[in-house]
Design a protein around this ligand. Sequence first.
Ligand SMILES: NC(=O)c1ccc[n+]([C@@H]2O[C@H](COP(=O)([O-])OP(=O)(O)OC[C@H]3O[C@@H](n4cnc5c(N)ncnc54)[C@H](O)[C@@H]3O)[C@@H](O)[C@H]2O)c1
Length: 273
Amino acid sequence: MSNNLLAGKVGIISGALDERSIAWKVALKAHEQGARFVLTNAPLAMRLGEINGLAEQCGATIIPADATSMEDLEKLFSGAQEQLGGKLDFVLHSIGMSNNIRKGKAYGDLNYEWFQKTIDVSAMSLHKMLAVAEKQDAFNEWGSVVALSYIAAQRAFLDYTDMTQAKAMLESIARSYGQRLGKLKKVRVNTLSQSPTKTSAGTGISGFDAFYDFADKMSPLGNAPAEACADFCIALFSDLTRYVTMQNLMHDGGFSTTGISQEMADLMVKANS
Ligand SMILES: NC(=O)c1ccc[n+]([C@@H]2O[C@H](COP(=O)([O-])OP(=O)(O)OC[C@H]3O[C@@H](n4cnc5c(N)ncnc54)[C@H](O)[C@@H]3O)[C@@H](O)[C@H]2O)c1
C-alpha cells in the first residue's frame, strides 16, 4: 500500500543484484512510495543483467559504478542529478564484498590484500560516496543516507571474518559524516543493522544457515525479512525521521538485546539430556 511517503523525492539506490537483494526490495518500495531514483551497481554485477528488469519496473535509469572508484562515483552523482533534474534527497549504500569470506578463509589466516579490498568496497566506499556528494553539493536539505550494517560490528562472529571490521568502520563513518553533513546541509546519515537475510552476500558466509536459525530462535519477533528492512529504509528516507541521525539502528527482531530465548534454552536442555 502506498502512502506517497517519498512523493517528489529523488535519490540513488546501490546494490540491487537480484530479486533477493535488500536493495532490490528498497527500490520496489521507493517506487511504490512515489520516489524517482537512479540504480547503480558494480560493472561486474551489471553483466548479470537482472538489474535491467528492476529498472524497467521502476522507471529508473542505471548508472554503473564501482563504489571504490572516485571517478565512477563522480560520474554517478553528477549523472544522477542530471537524470533526475536536481539535487538528491536520499542515498542507499547496500554494498558489501569480502574475498576472504568467498574463499572460506579463517579469521587467523586472512589474505591482507583481500582484507584491504573488503574495507575499501564495504566501508570506505560510503566515505567516498559522501565526499563526492559533498564536493558536488549534491544533496537537498533534509536529505537522508542509509547504509546497511550487521551486528558483527559490535559482537564477535568469527565466520564473518574481515567484514566484521568493515561494518565497524562503516558505522563509524556514518557517525562522522553524519556530524559533518548535518551541520553543512541538514542531511542525516544512519546505518541500519539488519538480521541475517538469505541474499547472495548473506548465503556466501560459511555457517550462514546455522547463524540464520540461531538469530531467528533468539529474536522474540524472529529474523527481520528483507521486505521489512526495505520498509525501514523508506521510513528513514521520509520526512517522518528528520531528526534521526548518526545512529546505528538495530533492525533485528530483538536479537541484539536478548540474553537467551526459551527456544534456545529448550534446545540446550534437549541436547544435554
Ligand atoms: N544478507 C545479510 O544477511 C545481511 C545482513 C546485514 C547486512 N547486510 C548488508 O546488506 C547489504 C546488501 O547486501 P545483500 O544481503 O542485499 O546482498 P547482495 O549480494 O544482494 O548485495 C551486495 C551488493 O554489493 C554490490 N557490490 C559488491 N562490490 C561492489 C563494488 N565494488 N561497487 C559497487 N557495488 C558492489 C554487489 O554487486 C551486490 O549488489 C550489504 O552491505 C550487506 O553486508 C546483509
